[in-house]
Design a binder for this molecule. Structure first.
Ligand code: ADP
Ligand code: MG
Length: 373
């Protein structure tokens, strides 16, 4: 069977620190490969090297037998490697159909796209894509009206429109509702019938949904083990590194951050921009230095990626100091997000559950309002 990707003795150093350390990897054409690993394992760096964003310090990457060394990022996209970033990059002021039309016509003159109707063959392609990503009924809606999960699917459709031979997706389930996670999983499985795909993922439930083929586990920049999902999950080395991944902040701090994040979750999902701002804000709150903040942001993505009810979380708060911290962070989050109706409701429910003295609430709210005005 032909190899779509081979990676030989790959090392990537950042100022002497080896984010990837003598890594060997290979995958067959047509495979859907899931790559998992604890935070800092080197998963994102792995994608960065394949797409030419980062150059190998040592070793090489072969795509369909061709060494990718020194090929610039934009050219790598053209030779057939498409990457889906975590934040959707769709044109919000165009309709779903127009977004797809644009990519389908990308390598031709831009003007025909704007001033004439697409030819029939292209229209069929766009129609086919709309069907594939499950957005047929929303084809004429402006992309800004889509949910976060629908935008993710549209962007996957836009990537597929460029007919990449290898599709790379980085944590496609992060920040999605359970229903959208299922949809994106089903989409990847259907694309896997005709594409080679690498999916990086941290969410284990999602991995179980899509990992019919081989799973690769990275740890400290190297390959820890490979096998079916069952094999990997029962491998003592895997269990050890995942168990060893104790959170770098205390359970009490995690609880506080979860409650604050649930203010922004009140409307069903995180918009990616929102998620990023919140992760920044919350990771700054408890991180001890910049390196810790970078890692904590990753960790929080996993902790905050699922919606847990306030009724479950608030009773775990230990004392009034923790309660006040929760109130302060939650109020800040709804302040800089602009408050919608559901967030107001969530906040009111929080106030009720916290049961703090009115003067304390007023004092904290006043302080934060002053900070943002
Ligand atoms: P993962 O995606 O598996 O969480 P990353 O590939 O993002 O891991 O990072 C692997 C390691 O390399 C981490 O310890 C991270 O802090 C470090 N790292 C990643 N990018 C850089 C960079 N540009 N400069 C310095 N260190 C980096
Ligand atoms: Mg990563």
């Amino acid at each position: 069977m032909s190899k779509i990707l081979e990676i030989e003795n790959l090392t990537v150093s950042f100022d002497g620190f080896k984010a990837l350390n003598n890594l060997n990897f290979s995958m067959n054409t047509g495979e859907l490969r899931v790559i998992i690993g604890p935070n800092g394992a080197g998963k994102t760096t792995f994608l960065d090297v394949i797409t030419g964003k980062v150059q190998p310090t040592q070793g090489r990457v072969l795509f369909k037998g061709k060494n990718l060394k020194k090929i610039p990022e934009f050219k790598i996209a053209r030779i057939g490697i498409g990457r889906k970033f975590q934040t959707p990059r769709v044109y919000l002021n165009l309709t779903v159909r127009e977004n797809l039309d644009l990519v389908c016509n990308q390598n031709k003159n831009v003007f025909p796209t704007l001033f004439s109707r697409p030819r029939n063959s292209e229209q069929r392609t766009v129609a086919g894509l709309l069907e594939t990503v499950g957005l047929y009924s929303k084809a004429n809606l402006n992309a800004n009206l889509l949910s976060h999960g629908e935008k993710q699917r549209l962007e996957i459709g836009m990537l597929v429109a460029q007919s990449p031979d290898l599709l790379l997706v980085d944590e496609p389930a992060a920040g999605l509702t359970d229903e959208e996670t299922d949809n994106v999983g089903a989409l990847l499985l259907s694309l896997a019938e005709s594409h080679s795909i690498i999916a990086i993922e941290h969410d284990m439930e999602f991995v179980r949904q899509i990992a019919n083929d081989k799973v690769t586990v990275l740890h400290q920049g190297a390959l820890l083990c490979e096998g079916t999902m069952d094999e990997v999950q029962n491998d003592p080395r895997v269990i050890e590194v995942y168990l060893g991944e104790a959170p770098s902040i205390t359970p009490e701090q995690i609880n506080i951050l979860r409650i604050a994040a649930s203010m922004a979750w009140a409307d069903g999902n995180f918009a990616p921009e929102e998620l990023n701002v919140i992760l920044d804000k919350l990771s700054q709150e408890f991180a001890t230095n910049t390196e810790h903040q970078h890692n904590l942001k990753q960790e929080l993505q996993n902790y905050l990626g699922k919606n847990i009810t306030l009724e479950e979380l608030v009773p775990k708060l230990q004392n009034s100091t923790e309660k006040e911290k929760v109130l302060q962070l939650s109020y800040e989050i709804i302040q800089f997000n602009g408050i919608n109706e559901r967030e107001v409701k969530a906040y009111q429910q929080l106030l009720q559950l916290l049961n703090l003295p009115t003067e304390t609430i007023e004092q904290i709210e006043t302080e934060i309002k002053a900070k943002y005005n």
